[in-house]
Design a protein around this ligand. Structure first.
Ligand SMILES: [Fe+2]
Length: 311
């Protein structure tokens, strides 16, 4: 039997050390509340330092729509944001809402949330003693890195359209009767979708207004003090105009700065690319992409299979 941890105000919602999250996971709760009183002084201090040191870098490297989004959201620089406040400012712009989750969300559910204008949001924050390296998302990545982009109508529509691709994938594989083939095809489509998401929403670069200028719109870069500079300035990074056929076949690693990044022209271009991805899925072109270097998570695959059974 699992013993529930006692929750005490101010005990902390620190990544990997939060009793509230451990309880939620033990109870199988994926969608949760944000018990704001549990944040500790150290948690707020970590937010303050993370937020303060990004200011100059955002001004210099972030695309203008991210900066507009930041202004819209009115974050308090000294405190971890309340999701309800974030949603109050965001909803009138695009209808998107940040939705608190306890951690891992299976791929289908994650994409499905996007199609419904909900963004699964981590509520824990990294330990203040190691601001730079974090193997998993935290509230700084999700709220300061992702959410300002969700205030932009063109970007929001792109996310909704991308999220809807998960439904199309579930529909496509529901027509396949052989379970082995169904699993194989699903893994391939999912690889393609995850690679697209990674190289755009998480690590995308965009042309700026001046010749040869690059701006950052990917949240993995926007929430990283070191990589936001590296992504634009380092001569060792390969930066190429986004080619969909390349992106869907390109594997990635998550534990170091990205050596390869793709550049889109503008947000309209990004929206069109999702349309192309959709068309390629319908025509079967995503059924045979280069396999991933690691096994697809069974929970991810099952989430799509369950969705396809429910059609
Ligand atoms: Fe992310």
């Amino acid at each position: 039997m699992t013993v529930a941890h006692t929750l005490v105000a101010g005990q902390g919602l620190t990544t990997t050390k939060a009793p509230y999250i451990e309880n939620a996971v033990a109870n199988g709760e994926m969608y949760i509340e944000q018990p704001y009183e549990l944040y500790s002084a150290d948690n707020h201090d970590a937010w303050q330092r993370l937020y303060a040191r990004m200011q100059d870098r955002w001004t210099r490297y972030a695309n203008p729509r991210f900066l507009d989004g930041l202004a819209t959201l009115c974050f308090e620089p000294t405190h971890v944001p309340r999701l309800e406040d974030v949603n109050k400012f965001m909803a009138p712009r695009t209808g998107f809402r940040a939705k608190a989750v306890s951690g891992f969300v299976p791929a289908f559910n994650f994409f499905d949330c996007l199609s419904r204008r909900e963004f699964p949001t981590t509520i824990t924050i990294r330990d203040g003693s190691s601001l730079d390296y974090l193997p998993e998302p935290d509230i700084f990545h999700d709220i300061a890195g992702h959410v300002p982009m969700h205030t932009d109508p063109a970007f929001a529509e792109t996310l909704v359209r991308f999220g809807a691709c998960a439904h199309l994938a579930a529909e496509m594989v529901s027509r396949v009767s052989d379970p082995t083939e169904q699993h194989r095809r699903l893994s391939s489509i999912q690889n393609a979708l995850q690679r697209f998401f990674w190289f755009t929403v998480e690590f995308g670069l965009m042309r700026g207004s001046a010749v040869d200028e690059l701006k950052v719109y990917g949240s993995g870069l926007l929430s990283s003090y070191g990589e936001i500079v590296h992504s634009v300035e380092s001569p060792s990074v390969q930066r190429y105009p986004l080619q969909l056929e390349w992106v869907i076949n390109q594997h990635f690693e998550i534990d170091h700065y990205q050596p390869l990044l793709f550049v889109v022209n503008d947000f309209e271009h990004l929206y069109e690319l999702v349309g192309q991805l959709e068309a390629w899925m319908k025509s079967g072109k995503l059924d045979n992409v280069t396999p991933g270097w690691r096994q697809m998570s069974e929970a991810d695959v099952q989430s799509f299979l369950t969705a396809s059974l429910n059609r």
